[in-house]
Design a protein around this ligand. Structure first.
Ligand code: SF4
Length: 81
């Protein structure tokens, strides 16, 4: 029984090791990532009209990758936290 529990902990640590990052040159400012994120408020628009990941909220990221798959410009990728 404890083996199952230990494996669960390892899987969770492995899964929650990444966060999205926005390629500022590729972003077209459509704000899709702001609305589709299931964790909410993980992206904001900066003064240049580009999306940015809100690093202070990175612990809320569940790595759904909905942002990566929804961005029409392909501007979002996952990187190590
Ligand atoms: S969905 Fe992609 S192109 Fe649109 S604002 Fe977010 S990063 Fe930029």
């Amino acid at each position: 029984m404890s083996g199952v529990w230990d494996r669960s902990i390892i899987v969770n640590l492995t899964v929650m090791s990444q966060k999205p990052v926005v390629d500022q040159d590729a972003c077209v400012g459509c704000q899709t990532c702001l609305s589709v994120c299931p964790a909410g408020e993980l992206f904001k628009m900066n003064d240049e009209g580009k999306a940015e990941f809100v690093s202070e909220n990175q612990d809320n990221c569940i790595e759904s990758q909905v942002c990566v798959n929804s961005c029409p410009a392909g501007a979002i990728s996952m990187v190590s936290r």
